[in-house]
Ligand binder design. Structure first.
Ligand code: SF4
Length: 262
């Protein structure tokens, strides 16, 4: 029998894992979903730290990397270093249907207007990920409440109705200091752009470094007013999540009454 899951029905699971160590959430997700779990990373520091944690715990996860075709070379090189450093993880690159040159020829520079940016992010970021629909039941991401904005209330478990999968955020309750401490204590692969003034990293036409007096996301879509997120993460979108349907075999594991294993 199919297992329908709503945000309300995830409340117990979120309660059960509230404040749990990221590794506990990673282990639970990998053990529950097996090869139907994957980690989504844009090769920023939090995602790379999660990949390090997963490898250290012996979890052989797929790592999905969306290459929009207009990323900085440093980001692609970070992907390659991550794959070489953590051979247990299978790093998979997802690409848009068109090259940016083909898209420019057909649509022009979409990213120069707000409506165009939404379409461009849809074509170059969301569509490649949506092409994996049906392959994974749980997608692990690196969103954290301490990022603020729309992410200020992110939950450990959330829905992605478009993808028909759970979104899992093991770092939801991890503070900036805790993330910094993990990175300082371990040999985490780090995108060199962070040291060049990019607190967050995206496509080069839409990402600049930030000044010390600016917020972390000030360098994203600086040329457009009121654009902060690309929409790849359901948490960042305005639409309300409704429901996903998973296989019955996950029913016991997703029950809020199970003990959290320490
Ligand atoms: S960030 Fe800019 S270039 Fe990249 S997909 Fe979005 S609009 Fe296009």
């Amino acid at each position: 029998m199919p297992l329908p899951i709503t945000r309300a029905s995830l409340a117990g699971l979120n309660q059960r894992f509230f404040g749990a160590p990221p590794l506990e959430v990673l282990r639970f997700t990998a053990e529950t979903f097996g090869e139907r779990a994957a980690l989504l990373s844009s090769m920023q520091r939090a995602g790379c730290a999660l990949a390090h944690m997963a490898d250290r715990a012996g979890l052989a996860l797929d790592v999905l990397f969306v290459d929009t075709g207009v990323l900085h070379e440093e980001t692609r090189a970070t992907r390659d270093r991550l794959a070489a450093t953590h051979p247990r993880l299978r790093v998979l690159t997802l690409s848009p249907r068109q090259t940016m040159a083909e898209q420019l020829a057909e649509h022009g520079p979409l990213y120069l207007s707000k409506a165009g940016q939404e379409r461009c992010c849809e074509l170059r970021k969301s569509a490649p990920l949506l092409a994996t629909r049906g392959r994974y039941d749980a997608l692990i991401g690196a969103l954290r409440r301490s990022e603020g904005g729309r992410r200020g209330a992110v939950t450990t478990f959330d829905l992605d109705p478009e993808l028909g999968a759970l979104r899992v955020h093991p770092l939801a309750h991890t503070s900036d200091d805790e993330l910094d401490a993990y990175i300082a204590a371990h040999d985490v692969v780090i995108n060199p752009l962070h040291a060049m003034g990019f607190p967050t990293i995206g496509c080069f036409p839409c990402t600049t470094p930030v000044r010390p007096d600016e917020g972390a996301r000030a360098g994203r879509w600086r040329h457009l007013a009121d654009v902060t997120y690309c929409g790849l993460n359901p948490t960042d979108r305005e639409d309300e999540a409704s429901c996903i349907v998973l296989d019955e075999r996950y029913r016991d594991a997703l029950s809020p009454n199970q003990e959290v294993r320490q």
